[in-house]
Design a protein around this ligand. Structure first.
Ligand code: FEO
Length: 135
């Protein structure tokens, strides 16, 4: 069992998005495992770096999907993405600067950061995009 376990409640019903979300879950779990097993900062920073990169690419892909299908909530959703990106970059900056260490609080923050967005914000576009034929 990882910190985050995928279940149907997280599915937005679109294969490409679900598969990207699963990968984000895996990355948070990988970080948690590295923290739990006492890996050094260099390893943790590397994993967080990959998480930041993948998050940006996922958000961009999701925004393209919303744009393609004319989703009316795109601007609001993009704002949420920008805020989440800023949060994770700030975390990365603090870790690099030695201002914080990877603690269970930080991991819980990342878990909530991801699940709250999927359950609260991503779920809002699901019925709209599905009605437009997105899969
Ligand atoms: Fe799946 Fe809006 O991020």
């Amino acid at each position: 069992m990882g910190l985050l376990n995928w279940s149907e409640q997280y599915s937005v019903g679109l294969l490409s998005v679900d598969s990207e979300h699963k990968k984000l879950f895996d990355m948070v779990n990988e970080m948690h495992e590295a923290m739990r097993t006492g890996q050094g900062n260099a390893v943790l920073e590397k994993i967080l770096g990959r998480l930041v990169t993948y998050t940006r690419s996922h958000f961009a892909a999701e925004e393209r999907l919303m744009q393609t299908h004319g989703y009316p909530g795109l601007a609001e959703h993009k704002k949420a993405h920008d805020a989440l990106t800023a949060q994770v970059i700030e975390l990365q900056r603090k870790l690099k600067g030695g201002k914080t260490c990877l603690s269970i609080e930080v991991m819980l923050f990342l878990r909530n950061w991801l699940t709250t967005h999927i359950l609260g914000t991503d779920m809002k576009y699901a019925p709209f995009l599905k009605s437009k034929g997105a899969a």
